[in-house]
Design a protein around this ligand. Structure first.
Ligand code: SF4
Length: 315
């Protein structure tokens, strides 16, 4: 199973041959001990978490440590009884900052290879029942369709249309030639100094099963491997040479082949003739304080872009 909006082919090609394909519970426990408690743990893409048969036990371990946890899943591979257990034990910890997002197959066939099964339908039924019984925000259902209709075999469970979806190119890791015009937001190129719209510290990173830590969830081509949590501490990684190069290139206008320069989630900075940096666009972590306008993608409004990114970034 694959989603057309996730460039998993790039990851498969760049992933070291012979390295672990799934994270083991032992490796996860070791890594959990290395990741500081302020770091939210997302069980999410670049692949479906529940294709790992130990996913539920790892999620439980994270919750039981009192960690902030977010879940992003297609439900593929999730046992309905595990769904019920997670909902009952941890459902009250769903918040907008720690969401659970269910990515459903759509009527346009973007989730290639998905096959309906009674197990899948039952897991979905349990999450829908939870949605109907609770009032709080944070549990979301989405497709990757501009129309928002779920696949026909699920429409009796979810007849209403979900929010329309517009895709991002994952910092141009997706092959645009495979998409209809308009299916993806247009390409961007940032030549100014910049930061990540999710964090000012480049610390929304992605862990792979072999322990490698990538810059972020855009980096399907493994362009920026900043360290390895099976061999290094979190502090060593964030004081290391690889992240140092990223920070230096981000700071210098026009510098380097940094992934962020072609990412919709980057926020540019400018000194505009002065000596202090000012953000030129919306971020998740700071209000915008501009000295003067700095060019930003003119073809898509910032609020719309923010809505798109909020939904797809951690996938
Ligand atoms: S700006 Fe984009 S590419 Fe850069 S760290 Fe943030 S999400 Fe990743």
């Amino acid at each position: 199973m694959a989603c057309r909006f996730c460039p998993q082919d790039r990851l498969v090609k760049s992933y070291p041959k012979g390295d672990a394909r799934s994270l083991t519970p032992e490796a996860f426990r070791m890594i959990l001990g290395r990741v500081p408690r302020h770091v939210r743990l997302d069980f999410s893409g670049m692949a479906e978490p529940w294709l790992n048969p130990d996913a539920t036990s790892m999620v439980v371990a994270a919750f039981e440590q009192g960690r902030a946890v977010a879940l992003y899943t297609t439900l593929q591979g999730m046992n309905p009884d595990d769904a019920t257990m997670l909902i009952h034990r941890y459902g009250e910890r769903i918040t907008p900052e720690t969401p659970w997002v269910i990515h459903l197959p759509d009527a346009d066939g973007h989730m290639t290879g998905w096959k309906p099964s009674e197990t899948y339908r039952e897991a979905l039924r349990r999450f829908l029942g939870f949605r109907d019984a609770q009032l709080g925000p944070g549990l979301g259902f989405m497709t990757m369709s501009a129309d928002g209709s779920v696949a026909a075999p699920l429409r009796d469970l979810l007849p209403e249309k979900l929010a329309p979806f517009a895709g991002i190119s994952r910092a141009e890791n997706l092959d645009r030639s495979a998409f209809q015009p308009g299916a993806l937001l247009r390409a961007v190129r940032h030549d100014q100094a910049l930061l990540c719209g999710s964090t000012p510290f480049f610390d929304h990173n992605m862990l792979l099963p072999n322990g490698d830590v990538l810059l972020c969830c855009m980096d399907y081509g493994r362009q920026h491997v900043i360290g390895n949590l099976l061999r290094e501490s979190y502090e060593q990684i964030h004081a290391g040479a690889a992240i140092g190069v990223i920070r230096a290139h981000a700071m210098m206008p026009g510098q380097g082949d940094l992934l962020c320069r072609r990412c919709h989630n980057a926020v540019c900075l400018s000194q505009q003739g002065g000596t202090h940096w000012h953000l030129a666009g919306a971020s998740m972590w700071a209000p915008v304080v501009t000295a003067a306008p700095v060019p930003s993608p003119e073809h898509v409004s910032r609020p719309r872009l923010r809505r798109v990114l909020d939904r797809v970034l951690p996938l």
